[in-house]
Write a protein that binds this ligand. Structure first.
Ligand code: GDP
Length: 301
């Protein structure tokens, strides 16, 4: 089994590559839940949704959010009625949130609710929320404190970020720790290091488990040519005091990953104690995704 640490865009693309090479039963994904939020209709867990939709092959690959071909009838009617729903939530996607919210209200854990969604959608890989408890990302900006959705959508990633912090007391799911311990190797995917991977690694027990497998951990850079492939990861890296380059990210991960893959277009660099590899990491086509996954399997086996 290989285990990935994932957010909701870069790593799911890589996951599509692994899905071409391995049966889903041999894949586990530990997913960031620090962007989760209760909404009037249910419980949104955006990264879990994207990972599940990716594995079910129904993800909207234009936005890496929601379900391909979804309709927005409810969203539009809410706006007509005067309800300000700033997230563009599709009808089918909304059903996922309603179902998950009801399961949580009935006392199921997020892990159990995730398993039920996987079963319903025919997903065979292990999708593991990083924790069953709440940990929430707070973005401290020049316009005040806000959650990540408000920052990315309402404020279009414009305000200067002063600090990012995670609020809540959370323990990792036991199954996440086992998925690290039992993995043939662990992949820290090309997700936003601050908003997607750091919340996972901020869970002490989980970080310890990953660090103890350091020689079997490879991280993939989300930064190409000094810029994120998409989204505002550079702003978040700077705010967290991390140089927004592949070298900065490799250094940041060096306590947990002995292997690091940078894009082939990057200049060579060194980080003490880390083996650096270079290959194409831009995943536009399914072939790009499969080749990157194949490269990771080759260097880690
Ligand atoms: P979020 O949860 O939606 O923020 O998504 P993630 O954290 O999983 O992914 C966002 C990161 O993915 C960004 O920092 C991008 O630079 C990175 N990313 C997106 N597409 C690619 C790609 O094709 N290659 C690489 N190397 N990184 C990518």
């Amino acid at each position: 089994m290989i285990t990935l640490l994932s957010g909701g865009t870069g790593t799911p693309k890589l996951l599509q590559g692994f899905m071409q090479l391995l049966p889903q039963e041999e894949i586990a994904v530990i997913v960031n839940t620090a962007e989760d939020i209760w909404l009037p209709h249910g419980y949104l867990s955006p990264d879990i949704d994207t990972v599940i939709y990716t594995l079910a092959d129904i993800v909207n690959e234009e936005t890496w959010y929601g379900i391909r071909g979804d309709s927005f009838v409810t969203h539009e009617q809410l706006l007509n009625l005067g309800f300000e729903e700033f997230m563009n939530i599709g009808d089918l996607d909304r059903a996922t949130h309603i179902f998950r919210g009801e399961l949580l209200k009935r006392g199921l854990s997020l892990e159990e609710a995730t398993q039920k969604l996987c079963t319903a959608l025919g997903v065979k890989a292990k999708v593991l929320p990083m924790s069953n408890q709440r940990l929430s990302t707070v973005v401290v900006t020049s316009r005040g404190e806000m959650n990540l959705h408000e920052y990315l959508i309402k404020h279009r990633s414009e305000p200067e970020i002063k600090q990012v912090r995670f609020e809540g007391e959370a323990e990792p799911c036991e199954a996440c720790v086992s998925a690290i311990e039992e993995a043939e190797f662990v992949v820290i995917g090309p997700s936003n290091p601050v908003t997607s991977i750091l919340p996972i690694l901020s869970l002490e027990k989980l970080k310890k488990a990953v660090a103890s497998r350091r020689e079997s951990v490879v991280a993939v850079s989300p930064i190409v040519g000094g810029k994120p492939v998409s989204g505002p990861a550079d702003k978040f890296l700077r705010a967290a005091g991390i140089e927004p380059t592949s070298r900065g990210v490799a250094k940041f991960y060096s306590s947990v990953a002995a292997h690091f893959v940078a894009d082939a277009s990057e200049e060579e660099f060194e980080v003490e104690g880390v083996e650096i590899y270079r290959t194409n990491t831009i995943m536009k086509t399914l072939e790009d995704k499969r080749e990157l996954a194949r490269f990771l399997i080759e260097i880690m086996r």
